[in-house]
Design a protein around this ligand. Structure first.
Ligand SMILES: Cc1cc2nc3c(=O)[nH]c(=O)nc-3n(C[C@H](O)[C@H](O)[C@H](O)COP(=O)(O)OP(=O)(O)OC[C@H]3O[C@@H](n4cnc5c(N)ncnc54)[C@H](O)[C@@H]3O)c2cc1C
Length: 403
């Protein structure tokens, strides 16, 4: 099988880990990776944090330097758009008219920023954040200073708000829900994030619906909301992401909130795999399909797809994990709680160093460590277990003894 031709569409986190995995496992056959951005694969998570804040440069966020792809004999084609898949002929057609034959094709096309269709959404000065060039545009904005209005109080909206504030901008965040992130973390922990942002000088307006972008001299001049207008110098729309499934859809693959895959990342066509943000994959540990837009997911699913292609063991059998950095808060989360699972706090929220467990029927469904480090693996072992609430909160009981 070492001569099978592997083609990866999408030169992002997940795609790069497919390629890396194939070579790490000793695969010597031809590997092609196509990416529509003109950039070497990079870590997108830095775009709202270290890169945006000027603490890491372009080279530092790359997953590998150019020489790595040469040394590992990867045919990396950048600035190239995959347009369609001819499944019968096992050929990928490119927008420039070229075609690439494959034996196994991996789709790793990621997600797009969700667009809102309201008045003024297309005005110059309305920004989104998904790609390096967009982080560069935000950096330019930070250098010019002024007032940034952020629509959306999810992870990216909050991270950019924090970075903008730290760069000295005035920042207003508007979102319709009662607390930031309450749809994921529940209202109590959502309120903690609200307090963090307010304490750091963000004008946080929750329960406020954006209805359009104000125009000022032909460019974005603020946000129109159901609670009045907010004048600003630029507007960031950060209302989530949508998986880029059009290639898969047009090829007739099974798609439902992402490209459907089994526990080994194989789609409804055995010759095609899907990984990362686009994959709605069967998780054997949780016994359900999951589509996760997280760094860890992209890395692990990329490596898993490589093993599947090579006929090695491995399944999608781990708890989801993600992290965020906002102001002086650094946190990691592992698990898969529902927003109405009961949060159990170990330590004091006010101290800024604590662990939150979520429980449902006594089972720990997720855990989040805030400014407490090197506990993630232990927490991973606790998630899924039945643990008494009293023991979870008792700091005299070592974390390792909770498993
Ligand atoms: C600003 C930001 C901050 C984030 N912060 C965090 C964080 O703190 N923690 C966390 O866990 N996760 C975070 N994430 C999410 C994480 O970055 C993603 O889950 C991860 O990048 C997904 O990897 P992927 O390879 O599936 O997709 P991507 O990294 O999006 O890569 C997909 C690539 O495919 C290319 N592509 C798409 N269609 C085609 C085509 N037809 N032809 C050729 N190329 C194509 C795209 O241009 C893109 O380069 C963040 C995301 C963003 C945008």
């Amino acid at each position: 099988m070492s001569e099978q031709r592997i083609v990866v569409v999408g030169a992002g986190l997940a795609g790069a880990h497919v390629v890396q995995g194939l070579r790490a496992e000793g695969f010597t056959g031809p590997v092609t990776m196509l990416g529509q951005e003109p950039e070497l694969p990079y870590d997108r998570t830095k775009l709202s944090k270290e890169y945006l804040q000027g603490r890491m440069d372009r080279a530092a966020i790359r997953l590998h330097d150019e020489a790595w792809y040469v040394e590992h004999d990867v045919d990396l084609r950048l600035g190239v758009v995959a347009a369609s898949i001819d499944r019968a002929a096992r050929v990928l057609r490119l927008a420039d008219g070229d075609a690439v034959a494959y034996d196994r094709l991996v789709l790793a096309t990621g997600a797009d920023s969700r667009r809102i269709r309201f008045p003024g959404a297309d005005l110059p000065g309305v920004m989104t954040l998904r790609e390096l060039r967009e982080s560069d545009a935000l950096k330019d904005l930070f250098a010019a200073g002024g007032h940034l209005a952020v629509v959306g109080a999810g992870w990216i909206g909050l991270e950019v708000a924090a970075s903008a504030r730290q760069a000295g901008m005035r920042v207003t965040v508007v979102a319709p829900n009662a607390q930031p992130l309450d749809n994921i973390l529940g209202p109590r922990i959502g309120a903690y994030f609200a307090d963090l942002h307010v304490r750091n000088g963000i004008d946080l307006r929750m329960g406020v619906g954006a209805q359009g972008v104000l125009e000022r001299d032909g460019v974005a001049g603020g946000v129109i909301t159901d609670h009045g207008d907010i004048a600003a110098d630029a507007v960031l729309i950060a209302v989530g992401a949508v998986p880029r499934v059009s290639l898969a859809e047009h090829a007739g693959l099974a798609v439902d909130n992402g490209v459907l895959t089994d526990e080994r990342m194989v789609t409804s066509d055995p010759a095609i795999l899907a990984v990362g943000d686009i994959a709605n994959a069967h998780n054997t540990l949780l016994g359900q399909r999951l589509r996760r837009e997280h760094w860890d997911n992209a890395l692990r699913q990329g490596a898993l797809a490589a093993r599947t292609i090579l006929g090695l063991e491995g399944t999608y059998d781990w708890q989801p994990y993600f992290y965020t950095d906002q102001f002086d808060l650094g946190m990691e989360y592992v698990g898969n709680n529902l927003a109405d699972d009961e949060p159990v706090v170990r330590g004091a929220l006010e101290s800024g160093e604590f662990i939150v467990f979520w429980q449902r029927d006594g089972i720990v469904t997720a855990a989040m460590n805030v400014n407490i480090w090197d506990v993630s693996d232990t927490l991973r072992g606790i998630v899924g277990q039945q643990v008494d609430r009293e023991r979870l909160v008792d700091r005299n009981v070592a974390l390792a003894d909770l498993t």
